[in-house]
Write a protein that binds this ligand. Structure first.
Ligand code: 5GP
Length: 190
């Protein structure tokens, strides 16, 4: 892994655990510059503006879209809008930082159009059965909603060949270490 890409994009199916892997990296790998996205989603308890997301109103987000300020943006789960701001990412790349974007598949495809030289990593579940377990979760959803999630999961898994590398999320720490290696950095001893 001698290549040290400036920009790495991590994407994968819903419920595969992208957020857990990126939180692990935020907490354990300060040498990775983890992009902070803008979103119209309201903050969850404990989330800090500028750390976890830049929380924006719909109007603010639309103005940023109109100004061409996003490297990519997408409506995720048909609900809230999320996007990566060009200015922050460009500055981090220019400083020679190892930049990581944790975004959804639609966003990853847009980055591939804009920056094909970036590295694209697919986070995959250990098996389809495990993804089903994570998608269906605690079984609080209706049978119809579960079916919808499974269909989405199948379509999302089929995107794997679009990516340069696949990392299997069998264990968060192991997956994070593998990702960091792909970024050309040295995983820490634990
Ligand atoms: P959450 O609301 O749980 O924090 O994130 C929901 C989803 O939004 C995750 O799948 C995450 O990958 C995606 N997401 C977060 N930030 C961005 C972004 O800047 N762009 C895109 N396209 N997706 C994002």
């Amino acid at each position: 892994m001698s290549k040290k890409p400036g920009l790495t994009v991590l994407a994968g199916p819903t419920a595969v655990g992208k957020g857990t892997v990126s939180t692990y990296i935020r907490d354990n790998y300060p040498e990775v510059w983890l992009s902070v996205s803008a979103t119209t989603r309201p903050p969850r308890p404990g989330e800090i503006d500028g750390v976890h997301y830049y929380f924006k109103s719909k109007d603010e987000f639309e103005s940023l879209v109109a100004a061409g300020d996003f490297l990519e943006w997408a409506v995720v789960h048909g609900q809230n809008t999320y996007g990566t701001l060009k200015s922050t990412v460009d500055a981090a790349i220019a400083e020679g930082r190892s930049v990581l974007l944790e975004i959804d598949l639609q966003g990853a495809r847009q980055v591939k159009q804009a920056l094909p030289e970036a590295q694209f990593v697919f986070l995959a579940p250990p098996s389809w059965e495990e993804l089903v377990r994570r998608l269906v979760g605690r079984g609080t959803e209706s049978a119809e909603e579960q079916q919808r999630r499974l269909e989405t999961g199948k379509v999302e898994l089929a995107a794997e060949p679009e990516f340069d590398h696949t990392v299997i999320n069998d264990d968060v720490r192991r997956a994070a270490d593998e990702l960091v290696s792909l970024m050309g950095l040295t995983p820490h001893p634990h």
